[in-house]
Design a binder for this molecule. Structure first.
Ligand code: NAD
Length: 280
């Protein structure tokens, strides 16, 4: 039986620690708000935005909701971001992605002041992470590092394979594992011999975006398997990129979907907000 890495429990611990920290910051006269911007009414985005607002309420920081119409112009959105960049009480700005096609996501991300970039997507944040300078870390990869550390899993010196090279998961994940002294390989859609490469991993991190793609034949006996994927299967049930039932008996430890990586992303977003209030 593999150890099931409980993201729900670990994210709750982090949120409780943050709640205490927010209280002590308030006692020092430090507070701030997270501005959450949603464009349009995509149902999945609405769920994520609601969860973020609830997490803010739980740890005791204010959230300001900006629900903008689907047809808002890029210019108007950029104006709002400029206004929030200049608002002292706003310590974090988050624009829920994806944005409608007529708005350039890169332009929007780059318009957010790096000092308020709590998603960690701004090129300055990514650059700082790459060279080990202080800055906001991308939430999902930072959450995975916390899952590993708080589950007592050693990272230093381990062979790690990350499947996926997206800017929000795969690339920052590989960089953070490198920062923790793992020996890291990034696999992607053009990688040859994926199975053989994955089988070398002590820690296999799967962010491939394909439901139940990774079976036991990709996993070394005793490996740690982190499943970043989130999908709805044909029965509308949540599932990951990994065939959990097949991989669990082979693994030393594994994250479930739901209840693994998912809850950690919001916990780390809250961590970045608190960091921003603290540093102000
Ligand atoms: P993406 O589609 O941007 O990237 C997928 C990556 O997988 C690509 O880099 C691609 O090169 C690689 N890939 C595709 N097919 C492959 C193949 N056959 N072999 C090897 N590599 C292949 O996705 P993403 O944004 O990085 O997200 C990945 C998954 O994680 C998705 O299911 C997404 O929903 C989920 N996700 C979860 C969270 C969370 O909080 N749990 C956060 C972000 C993303």
């Amino acid at each position: 039986m593999a150890q099931i890495i409980d993201g729900k429990k670990i994210s709750q611990q982090i949120k409780d620690e943050l709640k205490e920290k927010v209280e002590s910051l308030k006692a020092e006269g430090k507070s701030g708000a997270l501005a959450v911007i949603q464009v349009g009414e995509d149902p999945a985005s609405s769920v994520y935005v609601r969860n973020k607002k609830n997490a803010c309420a739980y740890i005791g920081i204010e959230s300001l909701a900006y629900e903008l119409p689907e047809d808002i112009s890029e210019e108007e959105l950029l104006e709002l971001i400029a206004k929030l960049n200049g608002t002292k009480q706003v310590k974090g700005i988050l624009v829920q992605l994806p944005l409608p096609k007529h708005i350039c996501e890169d332009k929007v991300i780059q318009a957010i002041s790096p000092s308020k970039d709590v998603d960690g997507f701004h090129p300055q944040s990514v650059g700082a992470m790459t060279i080990g300078e202080p800055g906001f870390l991308s939430c999902t990869p930072a959450g995975i590092i916390q899952l590993l550390k708080r589950s007592g899993i050693e990272i230093s010196g381990k062979r790690c394979v990350v499947i996926g090279r997206s800017n929000i998961v795969g690339k920052p994940m590989a960089l953070l594992m490198l920062r923790e002294d793992a020996t890291v390989t990034i696999a992607h859609s053009k990688t040859q011999n994926l199975k053989e490469i994955c089988k070398e991993a002590d820690i296999l991190i799967v962010a491939i975006g394909k439901p139940r793609f990774i079976g036991a034949e990709y996993v070394k006996e005793g490996a740690v398997v982190i499943d970043v994927g989130i999908h709805r299967d044909e029965n509308h049930k949540l599932c990951g990129d990994v065939k959990f039932e097949e991989v669990e008996p082979v693994a030393f430890a594994i994250t479930p979907v739901p209840g693994g990586v998912g809850p950690m992303t919001i916990a780390m977003l809250m961590n970045n907000c608190v960091q921003s209030i603290e540093e102000d």
